[in-house]
Design a protein around this ligand. Structure first.
Ligand code: XBP
Ligand code: MG
Length: 230
């Protein structure tokens, strides 16, 4: 029986990468006087590195910046602040259909958890904005783990806090990196793709969908069906 649903945040709850993180990274580069501006296409390639700080550091290292580690830390701190401000301004909207699924889970009393590589400074206000204040019983962020996705640590921590075994839970992810993290924790996973992830390898997913809505919505009944079938 399905006893909890664990949601990824970026790309799953909202199109945060393109409309939120990317402009925040570019604004942070400018704030630090760096002549770097990632395009949407280039950012799509950079998403193969999980975590914003590691993403910046890898980019700077590849361009032979001597102080890549400390500079990445400083730029990422600025990016985190800027993105948190953007979230608090209410600039991001939930993916179509998500609200219906959340209402179904709330109505059935099925706990919601969140497992993300993102930072708590913006994850908490974003989750409150998109899922409703207090909707998520457990929120595990990149600040709570030492290994980011595709390592399963963030999902294992979520299971611990839910006090549930992996078989009782369904994960909802948007990317191959996230799918690997959730399945490595033993959790049945549905992938809801987006423009950045639709051509990735989703081997091992219980189901792959282009969105929460459409003619076959990923609602509570569908989550329960997919979970029971695996
Ligand atoms: C999302 C990410 C995040 C964001 C940036 O991965 O990779 O790093 O791009 O967030 P997932 P931070 O959806 O699999 O959790 O800058 O706060 O790291
Ligand atoms: Mg994601």
């Amino acid at each position: 029986m399905l006893q909890a649903v664990v949601f990824d945040v970026d790309g799953t709850l909202a199109d945060t990468e393109r409309t939120g993180h990317l402009p925040a990274f570019n604004a942070a580069f400018a704030a630090h006087g760096l002549d770097i501006c990632w395009s949407e296409t280039e950012y799509g390639r950079l998403l193969h590195t999980a975590g914003g700080r590691a993403r910046i550091e890898g980019y700077l290292r590849a361009r032979s910046f001597g102080n890549a580690e400390s500079l990445a830390a400083a730029v990422h701190a600025t990016k985190t602040r800027l993105f948190a401000e953007m979230v608090r301004s209410g600039a991001l909207v939930a993916r179509p259909g998500l609200t219906d699924l959340v209402a179904g889970l709330n109505g059935a009393g099925i706990p919601i958890a969140v497992a993300t590589t993102g930072r708590r400074a913006w994850v908490d206000p974003l989750v409150a904005l998109l899922l409703g204040p207090g909707s998520a019983e457990v929120v595990v962020t990149g600040d709570d783990v030492s290994r980011l996705k595709p390592h399963p640590q963030v999902y294992l921590r979520a299971l611990e806090r839910l006090q549930l075994p992996p078989e009782a839970v369904l994960a909802i992810e948007d990317s191959a990196i996230g799918l690997r993290a959730a399945t490595a924790a033993g959790i049945t996973t549905v992938v809801v793709t987006n423009g950045y992830t639709s051509d990735q390898d989703f081997t091992g997913a219980a189901a792959v969908r282009a969105g929460f809505g459409g003619h076959r919505p990923l609602d509570l009944a569908e989550c329960e069906r997919v979970h029971a079938a695996h």
